[in-house]
Structure formats: structure tokens, C-alpha cells
Design a protein around this ligand. Structure first.
Ligand code: GTP
Ligand code: MG
Length: 442
């Protein structure tokens, strides 16, 4: 298998589209000197959506492309024309991808089945055009809202490579040899510990179009759950497997007892992942070729008694009982797989194209009363600032006359005049608001 299969993490940034701006416009008709306002609303920004797809197997798509932007909403236009909404951006990821918020580490979605989807960044709301600002006092409003910025989020994608079967066991017991014999994997095999550093994956062909994926999980040693060896890092590759094949060295070629090895590995497994430890386990006693028949039978019976479990003697070297082992594995996963596929088929009915997203665009709520601060920069020069003020400036373009009036009205209601007076602002002083300078008048 290519090394790509192990790219199981990616960090990407997603941007919801910005809402289009509302527009200030007036009807132009022949012989009508001053038409009414007809500025339309901006469209909403598109959302970024992540969808699990059976077309994808890895996260390699994200190795180079790391920024994903949904389309912005178009600005409104005259003649009450609404700007077009931005298109959603759909990012396809493999089934089995976990989506985390990179900054908070919060799990946003666990995309277990095909066509599950999650909105990861909402678009911003389009601004309203000047037709919305007519009232009894203002017949020709020169004010329209700006579109709101979409959400930005940094995500961590994590793919658990989906193996159907995990091969576990002490180092050097023959895990890689077994996977090389039963599957298309071509792992390194050698007579020392930690030959395998990252999991090998292979496809086992059972004929009749039946196949399953095995993973050889290396590095499980005493203390693995505390970070000794590498094994705990790899167990996630088999967290969703149907069953485990646990290999022991029945020849005890390294002087350790098979039963001790068995318990050590079980303990690590249970400490790292109780969930995984609950899976069905098939025990295979490898290197049977190194013992004569009588000794082998004796040891197998003995081990079966001690563990109180059935054990299949095998030899990855001579292929003894390999088919027996495979049939046993296949028999067990077949039924579980049918159940899982039923679930998958159910979820396929919810193809995202057919689903209407029920997502509200991001909006900025303009407070009725705002909090502000006045900074005195110099004699006669002041600035109005604060978070609420920034929100106001984001919503209403200060270069539009009526927008300016609206902003000042809101500030006025919030006690601007009084605050300025208290600070000793005098007639003719300069007061900045955003990039606009006013001359102060009582
Ligand atoms: N005689 C005999 N030797 C075997 C058998 N299976 C594996 N071996 C040998 O045991 C040694 C270790 O085999 P590997 O398949 O590399 O073992 P592993 O469990 O993958 O080891 P690590 O990757 O280090 O965890 C190699 O020298 C193999 O040739 C077997 O059935 N019989
Ligand atoms: Mg190995």
C-alpha cells in the first residue's frame, strides 16, 4: 500500500462567503425628477459544507490545498434587484472522517456514513437595500446595510483508516509475515522487534468479489498506553474494525511464554481502548512449524486451557492453517458487515444534494443602545471607538449620508452628546468616527 494511506490528518481553514451589500438607488424614469428608492438587498454568502463521500479514500486532497472559501453573495442592484446568494462550497472527505475545531479541539462531526454532511462555516447575511429605510421623515434614504462577513474556522480533519480486521500481538511474532501471506501488502519482515513502524494495510481477497481490509498494528508492547513504543497511536486505525486477530508465538522462540504475551497485549488494549478490547478476537498461535506435532498439540491444549479460549495453530511461514484462519475471520465479519451496510444504505437516502440546508446566515445584531469610548488624541481632536461602534460601522457604510445620520442617532440615544460635553469638547472640535471626521456642533 502506498504511504498515502497514513496521511490521516489535515488542517484546513474554511471561510463562509461574505454577504453582498445592500445598495442605495433611486428610480429613474423619464419625466419623474425624483423617483423613489429602489436599492435591492445583497445576497447571502455561501456556506462551507463538508460531506463524507465514498469516492474519497484519503485526506491527500488537503496536502496542498488548505483554504476553502464559499462564494460571496452578490451586491443588490437598482430596480429592487436582490443580489444572488453565494454558492455553497462542498468539500468531500472520506467516510470515517472526524472533523474537529482546531482551536477548541471540539468534535464537530463524526462522518461515519456516506453522504453525512456538516456546515462548518456559515455565510454572512446580505445587507438590506435602501428601500427598507423609507419612513415618514425620510422619503429618499441614502442608507443601505453592508453584507456581513462569513464565519472563518480552522478545522482538523482526522481519518481513521477503516480496516475490517486488526492484527495485534507482541513484536516479532509474525504479524507482518501473516499480512504478507494473506493480502496484497508487501511489508518489511525481519527477525527483530519494531521492524514495522507504521501499520501495514492490505486487502484480503476471499473470491466471489468478497474482500476485506486487514491492518498489521505494530508497536504494542508493555507500557504502550503510556507512550512506550508506538502502538497506541495506531490502534485508532482499527477502532472501527469488526474483529481482531491476536497472534502469539507458540514456539516461544524468544523465551517468553505465549500466555504472558497474550495477557500483556490484552492489558495494553484495554487500557488504550476499552471499546476496541470488546471486539471479537480470534487467537492464532504462529510459528507452529518450529514444533513437532506432539509438542504443538500439547502446547495448544495447554494454552487453550489457560486462556479458556479456542486457539488456531498456524504457520505464516509454511501457510499451515492459513485458510482455516481466514475462513474463521470472514465468517465472523460477514454478518456484521451486512448489518453495517444496511445502516449505510439508509443514510445514502439522505444525499446532501436533495437536502435543503436549514442554515441561517451570520448576522450582526445592532444594539439599540451602544457602549462607546471617547479617546482624546490631542487638543480639540477626539475619536469615538468601542466594540459596539465597530459593529455599527460594519453594518452601516459611514460614507452614505443617511447611514451616517443613523449611526449618529443611535450614538445620540446612547448619550454621546453628554459624554462629549463632559469631556470638554468645544464647538468646532474634530471628532473621528471610523474614517470619517465630523466638526462638532452643539
Ligand atoms: N519459523 C517461522 N518464522 C516466522 C513465522 N512467521 C514469522 N516468522 C519470522 O519471525 C520474524 C518476525 O516476523 P515479522 O512478520 O517481521 O514479525 P512482526 O510481528 O511483524 O514484528 P514487528 O514488526 O517487529 O512487530 C521474521 O524473521 C519472520 O521470518 C512462522 O510462521 N514460522
Ligand atoms: Mg512487523
Amino acid at each position: 500500500m502506498s504511504e498515502n494511506i497514513f496521511i490521516d490528518e489535515a488542517i484546513i481553514t474554511v471561510f463562509g462567503g461574505k454577504g453582498g451589500d445592500g445598495v442605495v438607488s433611486f428610480r429613474r424614469e423619464k419625466f419623474v425628477p425624483k423617483g423613489g428608492p429602489d436599492g435591492g438587498d445583497g445576497g447571502d454568502g455561501g456556506n462551507v459544507i463538508i460531506v463524507s463521500s465514498i469516492e474519497k479514500n484519503t485526506l491527500t486532497d488537503f496536502r496542498y490545498k488548505k483554504k476553502f472559501r464559499a462564494e460571496n453573495g452578490k451586491n443588490g442592484q437598482g430596480k429592487k434587484m436582490h443580489g444572488k446568494n453565494g454558492e455553497n462550497l462542498i468539500i468531500k472527505v472520506p467516510v470515517g472522517t472526524l472533523v474537529y475545531d482546531y482551536e477548541t479541539n471540539e468534535l464537530i462531526a463524526d462522518l461515519k456514513y456516506p453522504n453525512q454532511y456538516v456546515v462548518v462555516a456559515r455565510g454572512g447575511k446580505g445587507g438590506r437595500g435602501n428601500i427598507h429605510f423609507v419612513n415618514s421623515k425620510v422619503q429618499a434614504p441614502t442608507i443601505a446595510e453592508k453584507g456581513v462577513e462569513g464565519e472563518t474556522r480552522i478545522l482538523k480533519l482526522e481519518l481513521k483508516v477503516l480496516a475490517d480486521v486488526g492484527i495485534i500481538g507482541f513484536p516479532n511474532v509474525g504479524k507482518s509475515t501473516l499480512i504478507s501471506v494473506i493480502s496484497n501488502a508487501k511489508p518489511k519482515i525481519a527477525n527483530y522487534h519494531f521492524t514495522t513502524l507504521i501499520p501495514n494495510l492490505g486487502v484480503v481477497n476471499m473470491g466471489d468479489g468478497n474482500s476485506f481490509v486487514v491492518a498489521d498494528i505494530p508497536g504494542l508492547v508493555p507500557g504502550a498506553h503510556e507512550g512506550v513504543g508506538l502502538g497506541d497511536r495506531f490502534l485508532k486505525h482499527v477502532e472501527r474494525c469488526y474483529c481482531l486477530v491476536h497472534i502469539v508465538d507458540i514456539s516461544e522462540s524468544e523465551g517468553r511464554k505465549a500466555e504472558d504475551d497474550y495477557y500483556v497485549i490484552r492489558e495494553e488494549l484495554e487500557k488504550f481502548s476499552p471499546e476496541l478490547a470488546k471486539k471479537l478476537e480470534i487467537i492464532a498461535a504462529n510459528k507452529a512449524d518450529l514444533l513437532d506435532e506432539e509438542e504443538l498439540n500439547k502446547r495448544i491444549l495447554n494454552l487453550e486451557k489457560k486462556l479458556n479460549k479456542k486457539i488456531i495453530p498456524i504457520s505464516a511461514a509454511t501457510k499451515m492453517n492459513i485458510n482455516k484462519l481466514l475462513n474463521e475471520v470472514w465468517e465472523n465479519i460477514r454478518n456484521m458487515r451486512i448489518d453495517r451496510q444496511k445502516e449505510i444504505l439508509m443514510s445514502l437516502k439522505n444525499a446532501p444534494e436533495k437536502i435543503k440546508l436549514n442554515v441561517k446566515p451570520v448576522d450582526i445584531e445592532v444594539p439599540k443602545k451602544v457602549r462607546f469610548e471617547i479617546i482624546k488624541w490631542d487638543e480639540g481632536i477626539y475619536e469615538i471607538t468601542g466594540r459596539d461602534v465597530e459593529i455599527l460601522l460594519k453594518k452601516y457604510p459611514i460614507d452614505q449620508k443617511d447611514a451616517r445620520i443613523k449611526i449618529l442617532e443611535i450614538l445620540e440615544k446612547s448619550g454621546l452628546e453628554k459624554t462629549l460635553k463632559n469631556l470638554g469638547v468645544k464647538e468646532g472640535d474634530t471628532v473621528y468616527l471610523g474614517n470619517f471626521a465630523f466638526e462638532y456642533m452643539e
